[in-house]
Design a protein around this ligand. Sequence first.
Ligand code: B12
Ligand code: SF4
Length: 458
Amino acid sequence: MRLYLINPSNPLASIVNVKKSRWNRYRVWKPLSLMVLAGLTPPEWDISIVDENLGAPDYAAMPRPDLVGITAFTSQANRAYEVAAHFRRMGVPVVMGGIHATMCVEEVMARVDSVVTGEAEGIWPQVLDDARHGALKRRYDGGLAEMSNVPFARHDLLPAGYAFGAIQTTRGCPLNCSFCSVTAFNGAHYRQRPIPDVVREFQLVREKRVLVVDDNLIGTRPEHIARAKDLFRAMAQANLRKEWVAQATINFADDEELLALAAKAGCRGVFIGFESPTPEGLRELGKKFNLLKGRDFRASVRRIQRHKMLVVGSFIIGLDIDEPGIGRRIAEVASQYGVDNLNVLFLTPLPGTRLWDQMKSEGRIALDAFPEDWKYYTLTFPVARYKHLSLDGVIEEMMSCNRSFYSMPHILRRVCSNLWQRRTPLISLVGNLSYRGNIRVDCRAYENFKRERGNGHG
Ligand code: B12
Ligand code: SF4
């Protein structure tokens, strides 16, 4: 039995064709969902994982599969449907799962043979068994998995050429920010994989550098932090020789022992959501965690950096309180905090989030010709109507934010201070220049976007 597991590409999200530039390999991340599905698949299936971000293959020239499984974030949904249609025309059954299939079940059911909602661990073997007997059901629900049932992902199945491997150690987030799908999809209960499983799986990752995909690696409560420390101790003890980056909330900086253990276990950088420069903005987004009294973001960032870990700060433009000037304000605040890189995204109503419900009820979802418009749901296009910012205005704020933060004088200042602090000036320089290089690409993308879809914003 032949199984294809496919990660569809979205050219608007992935300027990532590895064949065009070797640097692009630093921007293509492994589709861990499919590697986990492969880990759940019994040996009688011959599995191929196709990551279209490495280049979409000529499916017609490939051997005919018995079953196709497709994953998709919302931004990949269009392409997922094209791929599904191709195989269904050949009479091959297509199953789709992942976040978009879970949040937009009806839309997906109309375009594939079978939809799997939720996490796959508890249900995928049954789906395969039904497929083998020609008895696929229209819909399955995996719910939330027991973390001890998460298998080792098949790190051997994708070709070499990725700069980073991928691994997951926890699922779920109790914070439920209004714009984020994680609590709706993976639940509010913070679930952790057994530490020996994580250490063993790290040893199976082939790449030296690894992305830990957890939404919040250390969690929020004292028992979560204690577990994170135990994990880092076990990783250091296993002498993994891996360098990894992860996502965390700002409380990562609150515990010196945690920071020292993370660095010793191989952590080289963290991605932290600051989201808004003002308390009002944080309240609007429901990110109350960042509002805890007495938090000094600059000191927090510095504490992390002292352990030679880079900090990438993420902010959102387009909040109801955001007015003209917000772009420069975010650039200034990010510089004050001292982050090594800044990642700014447009406030985007993703299906299944509280923000979606709110914007939908207020008639503020501007790009709503679905499924076609899903391709703009990359958080790098303004798809909603923003309270105080027009379409041109919100794009201008994004550009002015990036132009200011990534101006040459600012880059040089950051690299020099990095050098002075004896951290990683070269990585800082390359990271900053690569973000700066993207400004021109973004500018072209926005011009095209305004030409093609700007009228949707009327
Ligand atoms: C790692 C990650 C990335 C990586 C992607 C790597 C990759 N190629 O997969 C990078 C950094 C590139 C990325 C980019 C983006 N991401 Co992202 N990302 C994540 C993150 C943190 C983890 C995903 C992951 O690997 N999980 C581990 C695997 C094992 O879990 P899983 O994917 O959920 O898969 C399980 C089930 O869903 C199911 N399943 C999944 N697929 C299938 C398929 C079948 C057939 C079946 C049966 C089951 C099944 O089974 C799996 C095992 O249980 C999630 C948050 C999250 N917790 O999901 C956000 C998340 C998926 N990203 C999100 C977004 C918005 C984006 C971007 C659009 C914007 C951005 N800048 O972040 C881009 C767009 C990328 C694109 N190509 O279009 C949103 C998606 C929301 C949505 N409705 O689409 C999420 C949920 C975060 C959020 N804050 O809401 N992302
Ligand atoms: S943005 Fe981060 S902290 Fe907020 S709900 Fe999502 S994963 Fe949790």
